[in-house]
Structures are given as C-alpha cells and as structure tokens.
Design a binder for this molecule. Structure first.
Ligand code: ATP
Ligand code: MG
Length: 553
C-alpha cells in the first residue's frame, strides 16, 4: 500500500474512520470531445489511485463519459480515452458509464423540481436572460416568467421536450436567488433546447441538461462518495450541493476541488489542441509533440514517468505550472535503467579498416545495458568498412577532443581500438572516407602502451547496416508559457520541433523491433519504433523520445 498523502486523502480517511462512508467511490468523468492530455493524468491517478488504495473496503473508481452535450462528442474520443486510461495503468472493470444513459433520470429530477416549485420555464430571450443576470456588484433581475404555476411550467417543459419549442426560445431554470452573491446561484439554467442528434440517444431528446445540473446527478446516481474535480468548479459547488439536496437522489456525494496540472512549454486546453490538429500544425492527436497521452505513448514515454510526475507534484489547491523538464527527467531516469542500448549512426561517414581483410567478418559482443547486468550482451557484426558519426572525426581537433582525429585512436564500442592513418576529402573539404588500422587484441582490453584512447564511439558495419528514418522531436513551443504570448499561442511554435533524418544507418537488430518498442541509441538519446509506420524488416521509422541530456537548460 502506498503512503501517498494529501488533503483529499485526509478527508477520505476521516470519512472512513468516522463511519460516514464504508468505502470510497470516485470517478473520472471526461467529456468525450477530445483526447486526454497530460493534465488529465493528475485526475486519473488521483481518482483511480484512491480506489486502489481502498480496494480492501471495496473502493472503486468509475470511468464515466460525460456525454450530455450532443454537438461535440464522438466515439473516436471514447475509444481513445479508454485506451489512454488503460495505458496509464488503471482499470475500471465493470464500472464504465455514460451520462447519456441517465437522460430520463435527469428529466425526472427536473420535473420533480418543477412540482416542488423550484424550477421554471423561462421564455425570455437569451440576451435578456444574460442582461438580467446582473453583475458581481449588482444583483440580477427576476424573470417575468419566474412565478408561473406548476401546471404551466410542466406543460411548457413538456413542450420543450417534445420539440414544440425552438432552440433559444426557452430554458428551464432553477428558482434559487437572483440576488445571490455567487452568480452561479442566480436561477441557473438547468436545461436548454437543442434539436441535435446525440451519438447515443439519436433524435430522442430535444432538450439537454446543463453540466451543473447533470454532473451532481450523475455522481449521486452512481453513489460516488467523493467527487474530485479541478478548481474552476469551486464556485459551482453551492449549486452542486443545491441540486443534490433538492432532487430525489439515492446518495449524497461531496465535491472537492484541487488544482490542475499544467506544464511549461505547452498548451493543454482541448480547444487549442483541437485547433493544432485541425489546422495541420501537428499530424494528429497522437503526434509525438502533442501533450496528449496518446502523443506521449507514440513518443515512447513510459506511463510510469507520467505517474511519477503526478505523484511528485501531489494534490493541492495551489495553482502552479510544472517544469516539463521534470517529466523529461523521469523519462530519462526510467529509460536509463531499462532501455537496451543499440547503435545508430545519424550522420554517417565511412571508416575503412585498411588492415582488416575484405572477406573477414566477426561478431562483437556488445553490452545491452551497462545499468542492468541481466540485460546481457548481443552480437553485432564487424567488417572492414564501418559507418561512424561524421562529428566523431575532426581534422583540426582541439587538445581535449578525445574521439577520432588525425593519428589519434578511439575505441569502437564493444570492439577494437582503431588508429587513424589517413583520410580523403572532397573539393569542399568535406571528409569522404577515413582510413584506420585496427589494433589486434584490444577487444575488452586496455589500450596498449603508447596508445592514448579515452573514449568509445558507436559504429555500424557497412554491408550489414539497415537504413532508417529518424524523427527528432523537440518541444512544440519555444517559450515557457505559450498561452501568454502576445500574438497568441500559435505565434510561438518552435519551428524546429520536428527534424526528420533519412539515411540513418542502424545495426541489424533494429530491423527486428516491435512497433512501439524502445531503446537507447548510444550517445544520442532514447528512441522508439514508431507505432504506426515502423515495419519490422521493412521501413524502419524511429521517434526520439528524449535526448540524453537537457539541451534547454
Ligand atoms: P480542458 O479544459 O483541458 O479542455 P476539461 O476539464 O474540459 O479539459 P474534461 O474532459 O471535462 O476536460 O475533464 C475530465 C476530468 O479531468 C475533470 O474532472 C477535470 O477536472 C480533469 N482535468 C482536466 N484537465 C485537468 C488538468 N490539467 N489537471 C488535472 N485535472 C484535469
Ligand atoms: Mg470540461
């Protein structure tokens, strides 16, 4: 059992020990109008985490789609949300719900409120309703329809329901207090007319409930004990409580608010993410640059890294922004321990081992992960011709340059020490080929006397090399707070957020990965086989998850 602690878990522990509740039932209630983002992970880890911690007493967490809005919701989103919650490592079991299955219940509650004289059909224009709401400093004005009889309200509400009243011509409002200091309590709208088809109920309904009315009823119907949501709902809590207190509900849930998880260098609202997708700024919701959970998965980010950030940042009411470097740190930490090392040469230049026979070829045993003995070794073929990184050779090298330089020596990772004997350049001074001698007996052995060799470089045998495409992803925005940019968040997009390298030379084992599988390209960073475009033994496409070091510091 985890020792996580925060003010919400304290409240729950108290409610359990006082006997107020026998167990705790939470829910994660996304609206299926977009893909889940990193911020949602905080709500998921909190709600499902609490359920897991209280599993012994029967604690559980519902996955509930808050699909009461007919216009925006799509089944594609429902499926993506399920996939993402499962990927983060949580299970809802049989507790999968759709708020749209409760439409009749919402309706019955509305009729109940009308019968009790606590709701009325208002037929003022939308503009008048807005104007008569007053302001923070001024009370609102009561609607001329406020004191209609119960019978008239029932028949007008019925007419709304039957589609006899057009959109915008009438709403159902709670009769609370037009002078309330909290604007949400000034006769809030409970239902509106919408002649739109719903993905679940089709054309059955012509009226749809507002979030503030539906949400507490959903919670109560599912016997949610603690309804955990983000701070923007704090001012709505009195209305939440009013709905629960005045409707015929089977349980009394309690709403508790916490602050959102935000990250630097990104935007997180679904509206903006949808714009990025629709305007083609990114390839889709799962573009590896997107702060979505599906983007993170496609980028090769381990779900544990996201869970750890949620754990470390905790649950509070303090509004803050989390440094994206914290997530990157966790990714590196996890992958450093677990990712097998592989060799890939991004910008290749040829080395010829002039004293190595043309027909010769041998298997070098290369350590898979120096951080993990159990990862073992693999065999990598070595031949007379090798690819190395262009910048691992320097003609006019400074004294502290320890890679290959004229007359210098360097070790091939897992293999021989090689010594420069010559090189060729083209008319632009660009190196086209490097000539080296390999030193017999140096595999796994220190450099012989008189040879200075301080470092090892990665390499790939020319006849065995596989061609790959490598996508170097960087932050999507170049400033810490894109939302605050004067020209709008799209004015601060990072033009270098994606760099595509083709003709990358990779060792043969990299043609045998599974899509989505990850590894470290030695000395380069962490990469994964793209889950959509990588074809085993065919087109090899790799995504950079994160570089080895933070280059933004
Ligand atoms: P956005 O404002 O980003 O579009 P949303 O709040 O409209 O998101 P919902 O689908 O309504 O998205 O959210 C489902 C749940 O996730 C809600 O309980 C909400 O409070 C929570 N949530 C959304 N964004 C965050 C965030 N950044 N940090 C923590 N919880 C969040
Ligand atoms: Mg929302």
């Amino acid at each position: 059992m985890s020792a996580k602690k925060d003010f919400i878990r304290d409240i729950i522990a108290k409610d359990l020990s006082s006997g107020k509740h026998a167990t705790t039932i939470t829910r994660f209630p996304p609206e299926p109008n977009g893909y889940l983002h990193l911020g949602h992970a905080r709500a998921i880890c909190l709600n499902f985490g609490i359920a897991e911690e209280n599993a012994e007493s029967g604690g559980r967490c519902h996955l509930r789609f808050d699909d009461t809005n007919p216009a925006k919701e799509e089944t594609e989103y429902v499926e993506s949300i399920k996939r993402d919650v499962a990927w983060l490592g949580f299970e809802w079991g049989e507790h999968l719900y759709f708020a749209s299955d409760y439409f009749t219940f919402f309706y019955d509650c509305a009729v109940h409120l009308i019968r009790e004289g606590k709701a009325y059909v208002d037929e003022q224009s939308i503009e008048d309703i807005r104007a008569n709401r007053g302001s923070v400093t001024e009370p609102g004005k009561e609607s001329p329809y406020r004191d209609r009889s119960v019978e008239e309200n029932l028949s007008r509400f019925e007419a709304m329901k039957n589609g006899e009243i057009g959109e915008g011509e009438a709403v159902l409002r709670a009769k609370i207090d037009m002078a309330a200091a909290n604007m949400n309590m000034r006769d809030p709208v409970l239902y509106r007319v919408l002649h739109a088809a719903h993905h679940n109920t089709g054309n059955q309904w012509k009226i749809y409930p507002m979030y503030d009315f539906a949400h507490p009823l959903e919670d109560a119907k599912e016997h949610i004990t603690h309804s955990l949501c983000t701070l923007e709902f704090e001012d709505h809590r009195p209305l939440y409580d009013w709905v629960v207190a005045n409707c015929p509900v089977p349980a009394v849930p309690r709403q508790i608010e916490f602050s959102r998880l935000n990250f630097t260098y990104t935007v997180m609202s679904k509206r903006k993410l949808l714009e990025l997708v629709n305007q083609g700024v990114v390839e889709g919701w799962d573009d590896p640059r997107m702060p979505t959970l599906s983007g993170a998965r496609r980028r090769g980010i381990p779900p544990e890294a996201i869970r750890r950030v949620c754990e470390e940042t905790g649950i509070t009411k303090q509004v803050g922004v989390t440094d994206i470097a914290l997530l990157e740190f966790e990714i590196r930490r996890l992958l450093n321990a677990s990712a097998p090392r592989r060799m890939a040469v991004m910008d290749p230049v040829k080395v010829v081992l002039v004293n190595y026979d043309e027909s010769r070829s041998e298997m070098m045993k290369v350590v898979n992960n120096p951080e993990d003995e159990t990862a073992g070794e693999r065999e990598v073929p070595l031949t007379r011709e090798l690819w190395i990184e262009r910048d691992d050779f320097m003609i006019d090298a400074p004294r502290k340059y320890f890679r290959l330089k004229p007359e210098g020596a360097v070790r091939l990772r897992g293999g021989y020490i090689i010594k420069h004997v010559g090189h060729e350049v083209d008319e632009n001074g660009e190196v086209t080929e490097i000539h080296c001698e390999y030193l017999e007996g140096t595999v796994g052995q220190p450099a012989p006397e008189g040879i200075k060799c301080k470092t090892a470089i990665h390499w790939v045998s020319v006849p065995h090399a596989q061609e790959a495409e490598v996508r170097l992803y960087d932050r999507l925005f170049k400033v810490e707070n894109p939302d605050a940019a004067e020209g709008g968040y799209q004015s601060v997009l990072n033009p270098d957020s994606l760099q595509v390298l083709t003709g990358v030379k990779v060792e043969p084992s990299l043609a045998e990965m599974e899509p989505g599988e990850g590894c470290q390209f030695e000395r380069q960073g962490y990469f994964c086989a793209d889950s959509k475009e990588y074809v085993k033994g065919g087109r090899l496409v790799f995504n950079r998850t994160v570089a080895l070091r933070d280059s933004w510091k």
